[in-house]
Design a protein around this ligand. Structure first.
Ligand SMILES: [Zn+2]
Length: 85
């Protein structure tokens, strides 16, 4: 079944896996920069599914994450940085 959203103002806050409700939370997430390089970003605001383990990152947050990852580089095998609002 395909659900079409006619109202553009309708904000999708449903899990793309199970359709459960997504709720904002603060989490520490690892990001792989390369085969041997992992960056952990702490205190990241994400949307987490209340029904399964899926989570989603909003676009403005993802942009900031990409900036942080660019500054980090791939030299470190494991780096832990904090997401600052
Ligand atoms: Zn889910």
């Amino acid at each position: 079944m395909v659900i079409r959203l006619k109202n553009a103002e309708e904000i999708i806050v449903k899990c793309h896996v199970c359709g459960g409700r997504l709720e904002p939370t603060i989490s520490d997430l690892p990001f792989c920069l390369g085969p041997t390089s992992i960056v952990v970003i702490k205190k990241l605001p994400v949307l987490e599914c209340t029904n399964c383990t899926e989570f989603s990152i909003e676009d403005p947050v993802m942009e900031k994450v990409e900036n942080l990852l660019e500054q980090t580089g791939e030299a470190a095998e494991l780096e832990v940085i904090a997401y600052a609002a």
